[in-house]
Design a binder for this molecule. Structure first.
Ligand code: SAM
Length: 277
């Protein structure tokens, strides 16, 4: 039952990736929870914690799928907004010297732009599931859903403050092109952030993780989604993706600055980030 993705030509890879996510779209969110034992939620929360976006920030979430990153982004920004409002209200009641200086610095700014998140994905089935989810959660304001390829983004230059790609870049055929596109659409000063499965550093954990992913994930895929092959592809694509340091160099080669990474869960996942200057 070897899927043989290692040997498929480039054009076929894109087609197969499309089919995989078309097949898994309806079950995608459930499978994420089951396969990662819910831990993908923590990794995504960590991404937001490191990003720490401020009200007004414009996000492009590439390979955004069913919207997990964008939902968290809007939620985070709104909580920041509420916090700022409370702080303002307090400082009006009891102005301290520090509050006055803070007020002074914001007085001259224009009304801040509303934060927006654009979820971009090559697969409309994934986006449709996400859009329905957003509607049912009542969080559609500030969100847009755009079909597009990471290698050729349908956006003008210098548009976004933050570019995210979570568990998406390993599916892209030409990673260097996707990085070039990220650089192009970010504003100067904007930040690239990529969450992806990576190299487990601890050898004991690595062995457990290998066993789990190669033996359990396709089985879970078969049992829950009736789809062994799609989940086998997912595991193989993780195995083939470059390690932390190598990927860091690729991001630097694309022209990003201050590139660094954090390992989560012993390197099961790494968060790479860099800035456009
Ligand atoms: N970011 C979401 C998350 O973290 O839950 C979804 C990740 S899902 C594992 C990978 C997504 O990448 C799929 O929705 C797939 O359609 C999308 N994708 C694959 N190749 C792509 C490409 N070339 N351009 C844009 N999206 C792509």
């Amino acid at each position: 039952t070897h899927f043989g993705f290692e040997t498929v030509p480039e054009t076929e890879k894109a087609e197969r990736v499309y089919k995989v996510f078309k097949n898994v779209a309806q079950k995608y969110d459930t499978m994420n929870d089951v396969m990662s034992l819910g831990i993908h939620r923590l990794w995504k929360d960590m991404l937001l914690h490191v990003m720490h976006p401020q009200p007004g920030a414009q996000l492009l979430d590439v390979a955004g799928g069913t919207g997990d990153i964008s939902f968290r982004f809007l939620e985070y920004v709104h909580s920041q907004q509420e916090r700022q409002k409370r702080r303002m209200a307090r400082s009006v009641q009891t102005p301290s010297s520090q509050d006055i200086s803070n007020n002074y610095s914001t007085e001259h700014e224009d009304t801040p732009q509303e934060s927006r998140a654009v979820v971009c994905d090559i697969n409309k089935e994934m986006l449709n599931v996400g859009r329905k989810r957003a509607d049912s959660m009542g969080i559609s304001a500030g969100l847009s859903w755009v079909v597009g390829n990471a290698e050729e983004l349908p956006f003008d230059d210098d548009q976004f403050d933050i570019y995210t790609i979570a568990f998406g870049i390993r599916n892209v055929t030409h990673i260097d092109q996707a990085l070039q596109e990220a650089l192009r659409v970010l504003k100067p000063g904007g930040r690239f952030m990529c969450l992806e499965f990576s190299k487990v550093t601890n050898p004991v954990l690595a062995r457990m993780y290998d066993t789990y992913s190669f033996q359990m994930i396709p089985v879970l895929g078969e049992v829950i989604a009736g789809d062994w092959k799609s989940y086998q592809y997912l595991v193989e694509s993780i195995r083939k993706f470059p390690e932390q340091e190598e990927f860091k160099h690729m991001i630097e080669d694309a022209g990003f600055y201050c590139v660094k990474y954090h390992n989560f869960t012993g390197g099961v996942v790494a968060l790479h980030s860099g800035f456009k200057l």
